[in-house]
Design a protein around this ligand. Structure first.
Ligand SMILES: *Cc1c(COP(=O)(O)O)cnc(C)c1O
Length: 217
Protein backbone atom coordinates (compact mmCIF):
# COMPACT_ATOMS: atom_id res chain seq x y z
CA UNK A 1 0.00 0.00 0.00
CA UNK A 2 1.35 3.43 -0.85
CA UNK A 3 2.31 5.81 1.92
CA UNK A 4 -0.49 8.12 0.85
CA UNK A 5 -3.23 5.51 1.09
CA UNK A 6 -1.74 4.16 4.32
CA UNK A 7 -1.95 7.65 5.85
CA UNK A 8 -5.56 8.06 4.72
CA UNK A 9 -6.43 4.64 6.07
CA UNK A 10 -4.84 5.42 9.47
CA UNK A 11 -6.77 8.69 9.72
CA UNK A 12 -10.01 6.89 8.78
CA UNK A 13 -9.48 4.34 11.56
CA UNK A 14 -8.90 7.06 14.12
CA UNK A 15 -12.00 8.94 12.98
CA UNK A 16 -14.15 5.82 12.91
CA UNK A 17 -13.75 5.46 16.67
CA UNK A 18 -15.59 8.76 17.20
CA UNK A 19 -17.90 8.40 14.15
CA UNK A 20 -16.31 11.52 12.67
CA UNK A 21 -16.66 12.01 8.92
CA UNK A 22 -13.59 12.85 6.87
CA UNK A 23 -13.78 15.52 4.18
CA UNK A 24 -10.76 15.28 1.88
CA UNK A 25 -9.91 18.86 0.99
CA UNK A 26 -8.54 18.56 -2.53
CA UNK A 27 -7.91 22.22 -3.35
CA UNK A 28 -4.13 21.88 -3.64
CA UNK A 29 -4.00 18.41 -5.07
CA UNK A 30 -4.04 16.77 -8.49
CA UNK A 31 -6.85 14.91 -10.23
CA UNK A 32 -4.72 11.79 -9.98
CA UNK A 33 -4.66 12.07 -6.20
CA UNK A 34 -8.43 12.56 -6.11
CA UNK A 35 -8.90 9.48 -8.31
CA UNK A 36 -6.55 7.43 -6.13
CA UNK A 37 -8.43 8.31 -2.96
CA UNK A 38 -11.79 7.74 -4.63
CA UNK A 39 -10.61 4.28 -5.72
CA UNK A 40 -9.52 3.57 -2.16
CA UNK A 41 -13.04 4.32 -0.91
CA UNK A 42 -13.07 7.98 0.11
CA UNK A 43 -16.44 9.49 -0.80
CA UNK A 44 -16.50 13.03 0.64
CA UNK A 45 -14.30 15.68 -0.95
CA UNK A 46 -14.25 19.41 -0.35
CA UNK A 47 -13.25 22.43 -2.41
CA UNK A 48 -12.99 26.05 -1.35
CA UNK A 49 -13.41 27.71 -4.76
CA UNK A 50 -16.73 27.52 -6.59
CA UNK A 51 -15.25 26.95 -10.06
CA UNK A 52 -12.99 24.19 -8.79
CA UNK A 53 -15.94 22.52 -7.10
CA UNK A 54 -17.89 22.64 -10.37
CA UNK A 55 -14.98 21.31 -12.43
CA UNK A 56 -14.26 18.44 -10.08
CA UNK A 57 -17.92 17.56 -9.58
CA UNK A 58 -18.19 17.19 -13.36
CA UNK A 59 -14.96 15.15 -13.58
CA UNK A 60 -15.74 12.97 -10.54
CA UNK A 61 -19.52 12.54 -10.37
CA UNK A 62 -19.23 9.54 -8.04
CA UNK A 63 -17.69 11.62 -5.26
CA UNK A 64 -19.68 13.90 -2.94
CA UNK A 65 -18.51 17.50 -3.33
CA UNK A 66 -18.70 19.74 -0.27
CA UNK A 67 -18.24 23.48 -0.55
CA UNK A 68 -16.20 25.04 2.27
CA UNK A 69 -14.95 28.39 0.96
CA UNK A 70 -16.07 31.99 0.62
CA UNK A 71 -18.74 32.61 -2.01
CA UNK A 72 -19.66 35.58 -4.15
CA UNK A 73 -23.18 35.88 -5.46
CA UNK A 74 -22.12 35.61 -9.10
CA UNK A 75 -20.81 32.08 -8.41
CA UNK A 76 -23.90 31.00 -6.45
CA UNK A 77 -25.16 28.82 -9.28
CA UNK A 78 -22.16 26.47 -9.05
CA UNK A 79 -22.98 25.70 -5.44
CA UNK A 80 -26.68 25.34 -6.22
CA UNK A 81 -25.93 22.88 -9.00
CA UNK A 82 -22.94 20.88 -7.85
CA UNK A 83 -22.49 20.92 -4.07
CA UNK A 84 -23.80 18.04 -1.95
CA UNK A 85 -23.40 20.23 1.15
CA UNK A 86 -22.59 23.89 1.77
CA UNK A 87 -20.51 24.42 4.92
CA UNK A 88 -19.71 28.11 4.64
CA UNK A 89 -23.07 29.85 4.60
CA UNK A 90 -22.34 33.12 6.41
CA UNK A 91 -24.76 35.76 5.16
CA UNK A 92 -28.38 35.96 4.08
CA UNK A 93 -27.92 37.67 0.69
CA UNK A 94 -25.55 34.99 -0.58
CA UNK A 95 -27.86 32.28 0.77
CA UNK A 96 -30.77 33.79 -1.14
CA UNK A 97 -28.66 33.93 -4.30
CA UNK A 98 -27.90 30.19 -4.00
CA UNK A 99 -31.52 29.37 -3.22
CA UNK A 100 -32.65 31.15 -6.38
CA UNK A 101 -30.73 28.63 -8.48
CA UNK A 102 -31.84 25.54 -6.56
CA UNK A 103 -35.11 24.65 -8.25
CA UNK A 104 -36.74 21.83 -6.30
CA UNK A 105 -33.52 20.50 -4.85
CA UNK A 106 -32.82 20.90 -1.14
CA UNK A 107 -29.30 21.43 0.10
CA UNK A 108 -27.96 20.54 3.54
CA UNK A 109 -26.09 23.58 4.87
CA UNK A 110 -23.95 24.54 7.83
CA UNK A 111 -23.60 28.08 9.05
CA UNK A 112 -19.99 29.20 9.32
CA UNK A 113 -19.28 31.04 12.54
CA UNK A 114 -16.24 33.21 13.18
CA UNK A 115 -14.91 31.51 16.30
CA UNK A 116 -11.32 32.75 16.03
CA UNK A 117 -11.98 36.32 17.06
CA UNK A 118 -10.00 37.45 14.00
CA UNK A 119 -11.92 40.06 12.04
CA UNK A 120 -10.54 39.03 8.63
CA UNK A 121 -11.82 35.46 9.04
CA UNK A 122 -14.97 34.24 7.33
CA UNK A 123 -18.15 33.52 9.20
CA UNK A 124 -20.98 35.18 11.06
CA UNK A 125 -20.11 36.64 14.47
CA UNK A 126 -21.35 34.42 17.32
CA UNK A 127 -23.73 37.13 18.57
CA UNK A 128 -25.35 37.39 15.11
CA UNK A 129 -25.80 33.63 14.68
CA UNK A 130 -29.31 33.20 16.00
CA UNK A 131 -30.66 35.96 13.75
CA UNK A 132 -29.00 34.43 10.68
CA UNK A 133 -30.22 30.98 11.71
CA UNK A 134 -33.80 32.22 11.91
CA UNK A 135 -33.59 33.95 8.52
CA UNK A 136 -32.01 30.98 6.73
CA UNK A 137 -34.51 28.57 8.33
CA UNK A 138 -37.25 30.21 6.36
CA UNK A 139 -35.57 29.42 3.02
CA UNK A 140 -37.22 26.20 1.96
CA UNK A 141 -34.35 25.02 -0.26
CA UNK A 142 -32.02 24.72 2.73
CA UNK A 143 -31.83 22.26 5.54
CA UNK A 144 -29.59 23.66 8.29
CA UNK A 145 -27.79 20.68 9.78
CA UNK A 146 -24.97 22.25 11.76
CA UNK A 147 -22.18 24.76 12.26
CA UNK A 148 -18.72 25.12 10.78
CA UNK A 149 -15.74 26.99 12.19
CA UNK A 150 -12.01 27.50 12.00
CA UNK A 151 -9.72 28.08 14.95
CA UNK A 152 -6.92 30.64 14.74
CA UNK A 153 -3.46 29.34 13.91
CA UNK A 154 -0.72 29.39 16.55
CA UNK A 155 -3.04 29.46 19.56
CA UNK A 156 -4.73 26.71 21.54
CA UNK A 157 -7.71 25.81 19.32
CA UNK A 158 -9.73 24.09 22.06
CA UNK A 159 -11.54 27.21 23.38
CA UNK A 160 -12.68 28.14 19.85
CA UNK A 161 -13.96 24.59 19.24
CA UNK A 162 -15.78 24.64 22.58
CA UNK A 163 -17.40 27.93 21.66
CA UNK A 164 -18.72 26.41 18.42
CA UNK A 165 -19.96 23.35 20.22
CA UNK A 166 -21.79 25.50 22.77
CA UNK A 167 -23.46 27.49 20.00
CA UNK A 168 -24.52 24.25 18.32
CA UNK A 169 -25.88 22.91 21.62
CA UNK A 170 -27.91 26.10 22.17
CA UNK A 171 -29.49 25.89 18.73
CA UNK A 172 -30.13 22.21 19.17
CA UNK A 173 -31.92 22.85 22.43
CA UNK A 174 -34.07 25.56 20.87
CA UNK A 175 -34.85 23.93 17.54
CA UNK A 176 -33.77 20.31 17.90
CA UNK A 177 -32.64 19.87 14.32
CA UNK A 178 -28.99 20.76 14.16
CA UNK A 179 -26.36 18.21 15.07
CA UNK A 180 -23.28 18.61 12.87
CA UNK A 181 -20.08 20.26 14.00
CA UNK A 182 -17.60 20.68 11.15
CA UNK A 183 -14.32 21.76 12.71
CA UNK A 184 -10.68 20.73 12.60
CA UNK A 185 -8.09 20.94 9.84
CA UNK A 186 -4.68 19.34 9.33
CA UNK A 187 -3.04 21.15 12.25
CA UNK A 188 -5.77 20.73 14.85
CA UNK A 189 -8.14 17.92 13.87
CA UNK A 190 -7.26 15.65 16.77
CA UNK A 191 -8.23 18.37 19.23
CA UNK A 192 -11.39 19.10 17.24
CA UNK A 193 -12.38 15.43 17.50
CA UNK A 194 -11.84 15.54 21.27
CA UNK A 195 -14.08 18.60 21.39
CA UNK A 196 -16.88 16.85 19.53
CA UNK A 197 -16.33 17.42 15.80
CA UNK A 198 -18.65 15.33 13.64
CA UNK A 199 -16.71 16.23 10.48
CA UNK A 200 -13.10 17.29 9.90
CA UNK A 201 -11.64 18.95 6.81
CA UNK A 202 -8.18 17.65 5.94
CA UNK A 203 -6.01 18.88 3.09
CA UNK A 204 -2.26 18.82 3.68
CA UNK A 205 -2.34 16.07 6.34
CA UNK A 206 -3.80 13.75 3.71
CA UNK A 207 -2.16 14.86 0.52
CA UNK A 208 1.34 15.98 1.47
CA UNK A 209 2.85 12.55 0.84
CA UNK A 210 1.23 12.23 -2.61
CA UNK A 211 4.21 13.57 -4.59
CA UNK A 212 6.51 10.89 -3.22
CA UNK A 213 3.79 8.34 -3.84
CA UNK A 214 3.33 9.29 -7.49
CA UNK A 215 7.06 9.13 -8.10
CA UNK A 216 7.29 5.67 -6.63
CA UNK A 217 4.43 4.18 -8.62
C1 LIG B 1 -7.93 24.54 2.82
C2 LIG B 1 -8.97 24.40 3.82
C3 LIG B 1 -8.93 23.32 4.71
C4 LIG B 1 -7.82 22.29 4.75
O1 LIG B 1 -6.64 22.85 5.20
P1 LIG B 1 -5.41 21.93 5.68
O2 LIG B 1 -4.75 22.73 6.73
O3 LIG B 1 -4.56 21.73 4.46
O4 LIG B 1 -5.97 20.66 6.19
C5 LIG B 1 -9.97 23.21 5.63
N1 LIG B 1 -10.97 24.10 5.67
C6 LIG B 1 -11.04 25.14 4.82
C7 LIG B 1 -12.20 26.08 4.93
C8 LIG B 1 -10.04 25.33 3.88
O5 LIG B 1 -10.11 26.39 3.04
Amino acid sequence: MSQFIQRWSDICSTLAASHTRLLAVSKYTSDIAVQTLLNAGQVDFAESRPQNLRDRAIKFPHAQWHFIGPLQKNKAKYIAQYACMWHSLADLETAQAVAKHMGDRTLPVLIQVNISGESQKQGVQPQALSELYAAVSSIKQFNIIGLMGMAAKNTDPAPAFRLLRGLRDDLQQKYGTISELCMGMSGDWEIAVQEGATMVRLGSALFESIEANQNSE
